[in-house]
Ligand binder design. Structure first.
Ligand SMILES: [Mg+2]
Length: 307
């Protein structure tokens, strides 16, 4: 079994189990040493915290249990996500929140990309500081009123030649022109960085198309394969875990990812060696468990049941 790195969280002795409570149905599962939490659909949904979620995070922090927060949300910079969490009452610091957009920037740096075509919302561009941004939604942010209609006209705008095209969730702001810009850049040799390949997420209007279908469209058209920065990329989980500086020797399966996405959160965490707990809030759909053949370590009605 792979183990974690070194750090201040030292847990002496053998594995601890939930054995103090014999009626607890998961007595055979080792007590987690750290938690990774998904945000949308797990800690909050629409415009409110999931009932009991704030109290849970406060209790974990009071116990000194290490926590990190991992989101595939790409429509906002980390600063706004932290502000939102704090607004709901979650005691969260900037360095505890890992976003797919920041992971995408890190991936681009590791690939020595200098110029990026962002296909992410203009308000999220602050997390791509340090890169030269070419075309895509960067054009909107430089327009006088930030109006998407002032972007390059379909088929008539300049040709950009970035090192990579970075794709996030643009929702109703997607246009043929943006896809065409991305396609042209990819055909010219740019890499394709998918901040996420999530198919859909839960919004006030029900299940809603996420970034994944647009990534798939660009892959299909340009005949390229994307690199995924957010969940379920193992590097994304590993980056968050490394930041915890856990003690050497803690098995990976004592680190638990809690989320509502059976593929991105649970299957992704399990593939990276961690344990995945599914919550039945957010995008969870009855029948998925049987259809996808993924077995979470625990299944919770909501995150409030965790402890
Ligand atoms: Mg989620």
């Amino acid at each position: 079994m792979r183990e974690c790195g070194t750090g201040p969280y030292r847990r002496p002795g053998p594995r601890r189990y939930h054995s103090l409570n014999p009626t607890f149905p998961y007595s055979h599962i080792p007590l987690p040493s750290a938690y990774l939490f998904d945000l949308d659909g797990t800690l909050y949904q629409n415009n409110a915290a999931i009932p009991g979620a704030v109290d849970l995070i406060r209790r974990l922090k009071a116990q000194g249990t290490p926590c990190r927060f991992l989101t595939n949300t790409t429509s906002k910079p980390r600063s706004s996500i932290v502000t939102r969490l704090r607004g709901y009452g979650f005691p969260v610091e900037n360095h505890e929140v890992f976003t797919a957009l920041l992971a995408g920037a890190e991936l681009a740096r590791s690939l020595e990309c200098r110029t990026l075509m962002p296909l992410v919302r203009s308000e999220a561009l602050e997390d791509l500081k340090g890169f030269e941004l070419l075309g895509g939604t960067a054009v909107w942010s430089r327009s006088p009123v930030g109006d998407p209609s002032l972007g390059t006209g379909a088929g008539s705008g300049p040709i950009y030649n970035p090192d990579a095209v970075v794709v996030g969730d643009l929702a109703e702001d997607w246009s043929f022109d943006l896809l065409q810009q991305g396609f042209t850049a990819l055909r010219a040799g740019a890499r394709l960085i998918a901040l996420s390949r999530d198919r859909y997420w839960m919004t006030g209007r029900g299940l809603t198309i996420d970034a994944g279908p647009f990534v798939a469209a660009l892959e299909y058209a340009a005949e390229v394969t994307s690199m995924v920065a957010g969940k379920p990329s193992a590097a994304f989980f590993d980056g968050a875990v490394e930041s915890l500086h856990l003690a050497a020797g803690i098995p990976r399966d004592e680190i638990v990812m809690v989320g509502d996405d059976l593929r991105g959160d649970i299957e992704g965490a399990q593939a990276a060696g961690y344990t995945g707990y599914l919550v039945r809030t957010g995008k969870y759909q009855e029948g998925q468990l049987a259809d996808l053949g993924i077995a979470p370590g625990r299944i919770l009605e909501s995150v409030a049941e965790l402890l």
